[in-house]
Design a binder for this molecule. Structure first.
Ligand SMILES: NC(=O)c1ccc[n+]([C@@H]2O[C@H](COP(=O)([O-])OP(=O)(O)OC[C@H]3O[C@@H](n4cnc5c(N)ncnc54)[C@H](OP(=O)(O)O)[C@@H]3O)[C@@H](O)[C@H]2O)c1
Length: 213
């Protein structure tokens, strides 16, 4: 697939690396190409561009920017370039405030997630929440003694979710589809839970698994 990754942080670089590893074509987008100079030198197959060109390039777009800037990044990408493409939304609505006893602060409410806000503003784009509730170091083909971890996803478009589920499978995870965009109200806070052992005990090597009888 042709994948446009929006972002220059650890998540964008890690996911872009995962797509390259699995044979996809990648353009990674940033406002400041200088931030990706080292990464680009190590990943010569990837192209570096602005948000708009990265979104235009992708048949699949990945949103991996700071939560407070997610809407701005999609605006910079441009509704026309996003079209009705599947957009993997890895963002979390983390507020610019310190955690309380290890619990991150969100700028959203329990009744209105970040992905719902983005989906309302970009109704044609087919957003799929994924990769939001695990640290970037464990995103690509992680090995756990307890088996494959579970990636919780949601979104309004079934075909887009199937496309993303194939990627999740390539990246070594099981997918658990939690339904429509409103389920992001439950999935985004998993990031708070995931980070707690890290902030409290410096443990960052876990992932969630959904067990079924
Ligand atoms: N870190 C993790 O392990 C992890 C795991 C799961 C999910 N997440 C979520 O994934 C997202 C990315 O996390 P991260 O740690 O890789 O990076 P980050 O530091 O949260 O975000 C960096 C990115 O945000 C963009 N950005 C910042 N301000 C902006 C603005 N005003 N307008 C447009 N873009 C702006 C930057 O764009 P430029 O490139 O143009 O500077 C950069 O690409 C976050 O929402 C985070 O909550 C993180």
């Amino acid at each position: 697939m042709k994948v446009g990754v929006l972002g220059s942080g650890d998540v964008a670089k890690t996911l872009a690396g995962g797509f390259l590893k699995h044979g996809h074509d990648v353009t990674i987008g940033t406002r400041d190409a200088g931030k990706l100079a080292d990464w680009a030198a190590k990943n010569p197959k990837a192209k570096v561009a602005g948000f708009a060109d990265a979104a235009k390039f992708g048949d699949l777009v990945v949103l991996a920017v700071k939560g407070t800037a997610a809407a701005d990044a999609l605006r910079a990408a441009g509704a026309a370039n996003l079209g009705d493409k599947p957009v993997v939304d890895a963002t979390n609505p983390i507020a610019d405030a310190p955690p309380v006893n290890g619990v991150l602060k969100f700028f959203t409410t329990h009744d209105d997630s970040l992905m719902e806000r983005l989906q309302r503003e970009f109704p044609a784009a087919r957003l799929v929440k994924a990769f939001s509730s695990v640290g970037n170091a464990l995103m690509i083909n992680p090995q756990f003694k307890d088996g494959k971890p579970t990636m919780f996803i949601c979104g309004n478009d079934e075909a887009a979710k199937q496309t993303v589920a194939k990627i999740i499978d390539q990246f070594g995870w099981d997918t658990a589809d939690m339904g429509t965009v409103e389920a992001a109200r439950a999935i985004e806070p998993l990031c708070m839970l995931w980070c707690l052992p890290g902030f409290l005990r410096n443990e960052w090597t876990h992932a969630f698994k959904l067990l079924r009888k």
